[in-house]
Design a protein around this ligand. Structure first.
Ligand code: NA7
Length: 586
């Protein structure tokens, strides 16, 4: 992968970190767990400092009876977004003992995409019990594949249970995040500046609706809206409704509303493969069992995760056998449901199942064959005040036009303006292709971390499971700051690009590259997908390799350890904080 992207050059040399073996430990024997590596390092430093007569500096690293640093740093953390992964980050960071946390949420409630998307038929295509936090089973799910509303309510309950409302600033939209003088300054839409040591950007992936670029889009005189901004004021009963798009959203909407509309016109640019999804209803007795024995819900989560890994994960990341199985199921389902050969041909994709995001659904083929429905495959040439005109010259008269045209999946945290070291902006760094280091960090943006960032495994899998892996990884990175070992962490540019290169090569083996266009790729054909299995992601993210990062430490520790640890870089000047009076601390 070529790298024409502008990345800030590191101003200091980046020596590699000594391995565990390189560090000589005279620390007390109670520090023998691998997990306590930071504590052992701090203990070793304290011993060295005392031996050199630097008692005051040693006190900074003082180690208490349990081996914990008595002087642990407590970074100010701002989490952007109170969606699924923002809630998770706040819970886990607090559990780890971090107490200076603020969540900034642009809307007035928690839930992210599960709050914003309210369209009829909204369901999660990951089994309900798999779509929970591992530590918070939800026995109340009423269906095997739950409705969006239930997921939204679950997230709300979890955030209330963990008292996250008290640390959440609602209606606080972050417009700009600027790294300066070793801190992050976050400018809200209201003009307030918040200061943080660490930013967790949990702003989600599919949150910026994408509208089609079609002539006359603004001229439509009826009601029109994007599926993610559903207009519940507009009645659909008896109306002539048109929908553009045939992805997961459109399939759910069409299945849910066709029975009540007067006429349904589906504008299909490309047919998609659909994998049947029978949705079992959970009885009261079943829910009661789940309530009484939470281990059952946890077991269900585990089993579904393994099932999804075994089938869908393998099918898309290179297993020809699994791909053929998925292909066969989809073809078979279409054949069984659609008997009319002309319609079946119209609904048959010319790419492999899984190339575009596989749709898991039931009820769509029935809705398409409803006498009220008209499936239109001709290109839309323009939108006019009373409907849509297609390339064959046909005029489709409509009262309501729904854009189920997806999201700007490569925007990530944008339109927020983010600038890192030396003022380099995220738009500049991502001008050629979007990338992240280990899906959580970006070179040149110290202490700025993401959840569900570029290269997160987001195929047909639970985003919650992915976010849990990322948060556990981030906890370990932030632990480096808390233990006093460093103040700033950012990935090394070369290492990030090398990893991107490896991922790009591995993409060739995936079904996503088998010949279709999808939101997995940007306009230049670059992708932010994780090309391997979820299991590989889990294992690679188990423990951060600190050699992949630059760890920077402030001046105050210079006297003690300068030169003794080649990994640690000091910045010598304490720059004045910009507009210090106007800042309010996180
Ligand atoms: P998707 O999966 O991105 O689907 C968008 C649909 O809109 C897809 O059928 C597109 O056709 C169609 N589209 C987009 N632009 C146009 C234009 N200009 N003209 C005609 N048709 C167009 O979005 P969804 O909201 O359905 O699902 C997003 C994700 O949410 C999904 O993957 C799950 O993860 C949940 P195309 O196929 O590109 O020809």
């Amino acid at each position: 992968m070529e790298s024409r992207n502008r990345l800030p050059e590191s101003t200091t040399k980046q020596p590699s970190r000594p391995s565990d073996e390189d560090i000589h430990f005279d620390a007390p024997s109670r520090f023998n767990s691998k997990l306590d590596r930071n504590r052992r390092i701090a203990a070793t430093e304290a011993i060295d400092l005392r031996a050199a007569g630097n008692d005051d500096l040693a006190a900074e690293l003082d180690i208490d009876q349990d081996g914990a640093s008595a002087n642990r740093q407590s970074p100010r953390i701002i989490i952007i977004g109170a969606g699924m992964s923002g809630i998770l980050a706040a819970i886990k960071f607090r559990e780890a003992g971090m107490d200076k946390i603020v969540i900034c949420e642009k809307r007035s409630d928690v839930g992210g995409v599960w709050r914003d998307n309210t369209y009829p038929g909204l369901k999660c295509d990951v089994p309900a019990h798999m779509f929970t936090y591992s530590f918070e089973p939800n026995p109340s799910y009423g269906k095997r594949f739950s409705y969006g509303l239930e997921i939204g309510q679950y997230l709300k309950r979890v955030s209330e249970k963990h008292d996250l409302r008290s640390i959440t600033r609602f209606n606080t939209s972050i417009d700009r995040a600027t790294f300066e003088s070793g801190q992050w300054y976050l400018l809200t839409a209201e003009g307030e500046t918040l200061v943080a040591d660490v930013v967790i950007c949990a702003s989600g992936i599919l949150h910026n609706p994408s509208f089609p670029e079609i002539n006359g889009l603004d001229t439509f005189a009826g009601t029109s809206f994007h599926s993610a901004q559903w207009n519940h004021e507009s009645p659909l009963e008896g109306k002539r409704v048109g929908i553009i798009g045939t992805g997961s959203t459109a399939v759910q909407v069409v299945s849910a509303i066709t029975h009540l509309v007067g006429q349904m016109t589906v504008f299909q640019r490309t047919p998609h493969w659909i994998f049947p999804l029978p949705n079992r209803t959970y009885s009261n007795a079943y829910q009661e069992r789940m309530r009484r024995w939470p281990a059952l819900a946890k077991m269900s989560r585990y089993c579904y995760s393994k099932l999804y890994e075994f089938f869908f994960d393998k099918a898309v990341t290179g297993s020809k056998r699994m791909q053929r199985f998925i292909q066969w199921r989809c073809e078979n389902y279409l054949r069984r449901k659609v008997k009319n050969p002309v319609l079946r041909k119209q609904l048959t994709p010319d790419f492999k199942a899984g190339c575009k995001r596989l749709i898991l659904a039931s009820g769509y083929f029935e809705a398409i064959q409803n006498p009220k429905t008209n499936l239109v495959s001709d290109r839309i040439s323009k939108i006019v005040p009373d409907g849509v005109i297609t390339a064959d010259g046909k005029h489709h008269v409509l009262d309501v036009l729904i854009y189920a045209t997806g999201f700007k999946a490569h925007d990530y945290m944008r339109p927020m303006k983010v600038s890192g070291t030396n003022g380099v902006t995220i738009d500049e760094v991502w001008s050629d292709f979007v990338f992240g280091h280990r899906s959580v960090a970006i070179p040149g943006f110290p202490n700025f971390f993401m959840t569900l960032g570029p290269h997160s495994p987001i195929g047909n899998f639970s985003a919650i499971s992915v976010a849990e892996v990322q948060i556990s990884y981030l906890l370990q990175l932030i632990e480096e700051i808390r233990s006093g070992r460093c103040d700033l962490i950012e990935p090394k540019k070369e290492v990030s690009l090398q990893h991107c290169e490896a991922m790009s090569k591995a993409m060739d083996k995936t079904v996503w590259r088998s010949g279709c266009q999808s939101w997995y790729f940007d306009d230049n054909g670059k992708t932010t997908m994780w090309p391997w299995s979820f299991a590989k992601f889990q294992s690679e993210m188990k423990r951060p390799n600190l050699n992949e990062y630059v760890l920077t430490k402030r001046e105050r520790r210079q006297k003690s350890r300068a030169g003794s640890d080649p990994q640690v870089i000091f910045y010598r000047t304490k720059l004045p904080l910009p507009n210090a009076e106007s800042k309010s601390e996180a």
